[in-house]
Design a binder for this molecule. Structure first.
Ligand SMILES: Nc1ncnc2c1ncn2[C@@H]1O[C@H](COP(=O)(O)OP(=O)(O)OP(=O)(O)O)[C@@H](O)[C@H]1O
Ligand SMILES: [Mg+2]
Length: 468
């Protein structure tokens, strides 16, 4: 692994909580009489983040995310343990920090810029760019206390990222901006990533964490439960927030076990694999040498975080993809046809039975699927003890990348309409990169481009050029 940008060694943070505000004063005046309850907001955090990586931080409200960021940034001191940070750090913490509400936006740019270590003339040089990015119009000369939270974060983000930080820390703030602004922020975050910057990023938006981060951590009651790939962490986080209270502790123990099992090395290997499997196709290429890819099966390409919803009378078995010649594959060739198939074993009799499939991107976006039989004609009845083989033939109109599959069976059991079995990310496949593909994005729209050369303005019919 490369240089370490941030390391935390056994960091804990204890807050004192006073039952009455006056107790705080009494404690100072009458030392020895403890009047505060101790509350450990962080306990024994160990973390190493390599330079140039983006780390996502997820966890329930109150799990310690903001406290952790503040300790890294240095606005809070740890009660125990050591923190090491290499490089210039710029932070967008909770709304309000670093800004004076009585000052105008303009004054705050200078005030905040100085806090970030910029000189007056450096801020002047960057001022126009900051204002253009924030794009808050006349509000620039209004006191910040009159801003909406969206305006506020626009200005704060513009200042925080204008200093070319080595390390950027963002605490959730982006979620209050509108979509267009969020897009702009991500573009800027990507620029910082490309320049080799290190980023820490708290977010409740799972897709954002998966899309932007190289790795992620899951916080729970002040404990770092899991440090893993973004997809694994987000899956566990979602399981945790939807778990009934009685099952939380057991689930935490499973997650701790996963964290112990993996070790540092496997995070690095998984990261390498994941970036090799990235769903973002490489930049468009001009048509070149045709390279016929072939579909094949690789055992290592298996989903690691399948979620099985509790079964109600049926089980989905052996989901996989076949070529039209019945060969099992998980490396596919774009624009070819395949069959997604699984077997359903029924433990209870059901009526109005229907089978479903869905293909998703690595960040969880639903791309397309189907349910069968169609609504007018569900399968009238399946008896307990029967097995059914379901097949979905589809054309792989997807660009190179990794994709995940769901499977589900619904029906009426004992008078209730229900999902009888349902699995998320039960299979995965990779669409291979081919030499002659110029498509970009996720979906292959079978685009047929053509180019014509305009000789003169008067030319009624520009000449088509053959590029291949
Ligand atoms: N200054 C403080 N004094 C006492 N307790 C505090 C203080 N700051 C935070 N805490 C407590 O520490 C715990 C962790 O808080 P923190 O703000 O880090 O959570 P969080 O994960 O960022 O939550 P959220 O998702 O709501 O932002 C909470 O129980 C909070 O009440
Ligand atoms: Mg917080």
């Amino acid at each position: 692994m490369g240089e370490i940008a941030i390391s935390l060694n056994n960091v804990s943070k204890c807050f004192k909580r006073y039952r009455h505000p006056v107790d705080r004063l009494k404690e100072i005046l009458l030392p020895g009489k403890v009047r505060a309850d101790e509350f450990w907001a962080l306990s024994h955090i160990n973390l190493e983040l390599p330079k140039g990586k983006t780390l996502g931080i997820v966890g329930r409200n109150g799990s310690g995310k903001s406290t952790l960021l503040q300790i890294i940034v240095g606005t809070l001191a740890p009660t125990e343990g050591q923190v090491n940070v290499k490089g210039r750090i710029s932070a967008l913490l909770e709304l309000g920090s670093g800004f004076n509400p009585e000052f105008t936006g303009r004054q705050n740019v200078f005030f905040n810029g100085q806090l970030l270590g910029l000189s007056q003339s450096e801020i002047e040089d960057k001022f126009d760019e900051i204002v253009a990015f924030a794009d808050i119009g006349d509000f620039l000369d209004q006191p910040v206390k009159t801003y909406s939270s969206g305006m506020f974060v626009r200005l704060a983000f513009a200042v925080a990222t204008s200093v070319d930080p080595d390390i950027l820390v963002v605490d959730e703030a982006l979620s209050v901006g509108d979509e267009a602004f969020q897009r702009k922020c991500f573009a800027r975050i990507e620029t910082i990533q490309e320049r080799g910057g290190t980023i820490l990023f708290v977010s409740h938006a799972a897709a954002m964490v998966v899309e932007l981060c190289d790795s992620a951590i899951l916080m729970h009651d002040g404990e770092l439960l899991l440090y893993h790939t973004p997809k694994t962490v987000v899956d566990k986080y979602q399981k945790l927030i939807y778990a009934p209270p009685g099952k939380v502790e057991k689930l935490c123990e499973n997650i701790r076990q996963l964290n112990r099992d993996k070790g540092q090395e496997s995070v690095a290997t998984e990261l390498a694999k994941l970036s090799a499997n990235s769903s973002v196709p490489p930049a468009a290429k001009w048509p070149g040498v045709e390279q016929a890819a072939r579909a094949f099966f690789d055992e290592d390409l298996q989903p690691k975080n399948t979620i099985h919803y509790e079964s109600r009378g049926a089980e989905i078995i052996d989901p996989h993809i076949l070529t039209l010649g019945d060969k099992k594959v998980n490396y596919l060739v774009g624009r070819h046809e395949y069959v997604y198939t699984y077997t359903v074993e029924f433990f209870e009799s059901a009526t109005q039975v229907r089978f479903g499939m869905l293909i998703k991107t690595i960040s969880g976006l639903d791309l397309g699927g189907a349910s069968y039989p169609f609504s007018e004609k569900p399968m009238q009845r399946v008896e307990a003890g029967r097995k059914v083989v379901v097949k979905f033939r589809f054309k792989c109109l997807l660009n190179p990348g990794v994709y995940f599959l769901n499977a589900g069976v619904s029906g009426i059991v004992n008078g209730d309409f229900t999902y009888m079995a349902r699995c998320i990310d039960v299979a995965m496949f990779k669409v291979q990169q081919e030499g002659n593909l110029s498509a970009t994005g996720t979906v292959d729209l079978l685009v047929k481009p053509s180019v014509a050369l305009v000789e003169s303005e008067a030319d009624p019919k520009p000449k088509q050029i053959e590029l291949i």
